[in-house]
Design a protein around this ligand. Sequence first.
Ligand SMILES: Nc1ncnc2c1ncn2[C@@H]1O[C@H](COP(=O)(O)OP(=O)(O)O)[C@@H](O)[C@H]1O
Ligand SMILES: Cc1ncc(COP(=O)(O)OP(=O)(O)O)c(N)n1
Length: 545
Amino acid sequence: MSEPQYQQSNETPSVTGAMAALAQLEAAGERAADAPSRLRILSIEGSDPIGGAGTMADMKAFTAQGVFGYAAMTSVLAQNTQGVTSIVNMEPDFLVAQLNAVSDDAIIDSMKIGMLGTPELVEAVKGWLTALEQHYRDEGIAKPVVVLDPVMYAKSGDALLTEQAEQALRDIIPMADIITPNVPELAALADADQPAADIDTLESMAREVCKRYGVAVYAKGGALALVGGASSTDILAEPSDGQGEVRTTRIEGRAVRTHNVHGTGDTLSSTLAALRPQCDTWEQAARRAKTWMNGAIAAADRLHVGKGHGPVDFTWQHAPTGLRFSADYWNRVRPIRERIHGMRFITSMVDATLSLEDFAFYLHQDDIYLTDYTSLLALASSRADRLDERVFFAQAASGGVDSEVMFHHNWYVKHGFDPSGTSRSEVTAAYIGHEHRVADSGSYARLAAVVMPCFWLYAAMGKEMREQVRNKHIDVDTHPFGEWIRMYSDPEFTESTLREVQICDRLAAEASIDEYEHMMHAALVSSEHEFRFFEQGLTRPALGF
Ligand SMILES: Nc1ncnc2c1ncn2[C@@H]1O[C@H](COP(=O)(O)OP(=O)(O)O)[C@@H](O)[C@H]1O
Ligand SMILES: Cc1ncc(COP(=O)(O)OP(=O)(O)O)c(N)n1
């Protein structure tokens, strides 16, 4: 008997459909074995030794988008965040030699053309690009995407294009798939008297330039983001048919209040060049580029590069390097720390004017909180991936918290309070709720971070309050809240705090940027809850205490 044959006619449509789909997947798999793993994008640009604009920005933007970058340099600049001091333009033949070095050896999927400097350099690129496109047509190779950034000036006001080169630049524009002028460059291309001062004018200029040159225009509106409003909007204008009709789309983003925007235009253009081959439309590529750009600008202030307009952070999706999680947290939590240290509940504890009733209310809420906190420390122990950390959290859950609970109990007895029957306040419930939600994520790192402020903010406060009491020449042993202050300034508690912080640093160093930010968010929200927790001591709601 012969083997059964899989003949189409004998199978149901769903089976044949599945078989065809599987065959397609298998064929794609076979092809993938020969396909390049990365898109290959060329930057034709001038340099920037400070690393924020030009070739350097392009290379970093390419890497951030997961593509491989080639670079041919049109000019070498002495520039930094404060401006351009000197420019050496390449000999046109030498630029062509660089371009040929790339195109004779490798395939170019996409390119970003930026600063071209002189009419001769523009002509050199034009000649090389014409020959390349002809060669790709002859060989049946897909035409590379061409993004042309019509660089005319740096934000510092320095001219990056000679006057004579401007006409040559206009002549090369039709060779591009898209041009990416900023506000003044768009006005120059539209022959407008004034640069656009609002988004409607930017849109009509982009429409005009798109119509005039027959290419898509991505008008970068950074200059408008700086003049106010919460949003930063760019305009995408595309020829919508062959009859000169233009479709415009507003590409919206959040405005970032920063002066660190050196190289934003270069970076946006090279990001578009990297993303277009990965997207179906310019609009899709533009939205992805804008979103990424926004993250890079939002992280720019923390880079601390240069004295002028600093660059954006191309690596914003990576956890900070050289900056520990603990240092990052301590810096970011500063406003909350300052509010805690200056709040009346704390200052009146130090000068011993806090009423015993207010303190008793706070203490009892703390009792309620600690019950849950202990269970979270125990959970952290069970999740710990290292024995020493498992032991640390287990000990903190039993020994550490135990001493606080004992202190509370003794204090009630000494001062004649009976906390039984008091329920958890909304503030206490909210803090506990936050910690449990973070724990529910299942992440050990986030759990370690969410419980950290309860160690560190108390240790810092204990230390500072003890100093303040000493400065007032009050003996901490006779101070009405001295025992509480002593508990949190105790070397053993400080040591536990240090260990907990070290654990968070270790976990953060091994975390992805996403996990790092989750840890940071968990810790910062806990810190805000700490502030409210103290605050409720004075605003205490009636809970039957
Ligand atoms: N302060 C800002 N907040 C948000 N986005 C900005 C800001 N400044 C610039 N951008 C964005 O950066 C990109 C580059 O634009 P722009 O700064 O106008 O270019 P150029 O550097 O060529 O002047 C655009 O997407 C723009 O919207
Ligand atoms: C070599 C080089 N090319 C282009 C620019 C312009 O960069 P841009 O992104 O427009 O931002 P600013 O530098 O103007 O802030 C440049 N500066 N250098």
